[in-house]
Design a binder for this molecule. Structure first.
Ligand code: ZN
Length: 192
């Protein structure tokens, strides 16, 4: 089941996600629905806040995008595609290295793209959907998407990381999006 995506202006996007203490059937269903939602929207990642839930849960799938990534699982290099779609619970960045500029969009900001500076390599600890502890080292697009999604889980948005000039040039567009989201919330207050 594809879920409605929450847009910029909805306060849930600023909420820090609650840690998931136990992987229940409800969490598994939610993860599945988030994967479907991400695929339907042709996104490469989706955080729980973006479907209106403040939880430490994100899904990632890079298979449709032609931008390289490297992935180590522990110390073993594995093809990134073999882990997709990836479901991560309670992910934390434990180490990061280097810097890289790259273009990003976000399903909660339709039509908005910008170059954002991120760490080039990150190490992430998380739980997988079978409660298995994961230690992931990623570079390339995967490193970028992990940082973008883990930001979401902490209520941080890519506009917070944009250079001031970029943000300024998007100001009108952002205000418009925020306004239309807020007026939608007023009309259907119990939807989200
Ligand atoms: Zn996003």
């Amino acid at each position: 089941m594809s879920l409605p995506i929450v847009f910029y202006g909805n306060p849930i996007l600023r909420a820090k996600g609650l840690e998931i203490p136990k992987i229940t059937a409800e969490i598994k269903h939610l993860a599945e629905a988030m994967i479907e939602t991400m695929h339907a929207a042709r996104g490469v990642g989706l955080a729980a806040q973006q479907i209106g839930r403040a939880l430490q849960l994100t899904v990632i799938d890079l298979r449709e995008v032609d931008r390289p990534s490297q992935l180590l699982l522990g110390t073993r290099e594995v093809p990134a595609e073999s882990m997709m779609p990836m479901v991560l619970l309670n992910p934390r960045i434990t180490q990061s290295q280097g810097e890289e500029d790259g273009n990003e969009g976000c399903l909660s900001f339709p039509g908005i793209n910008a170059d954002i500076r991120r760490s080039a390599t990150v190490q992430v600890s998380a739980l997988g959907l079978r409660e298995e502890p994961l230690r992931i080292t990623a570079t390339g697009l995967l490193a970028r998407v992990l940082q973008h999604e883990i930001d979401h889980l902490n209520g941080v948005l890519f506009i917070d990381r944009m250079p001031r000039e970029t943000l300024k040039s998007l100001e009108t567009e952002l205000r418009k999006l925020e306004k239309s989201t807020l007026s939608g919330l007023k009309k259907r207050p119990r939807d989200r």
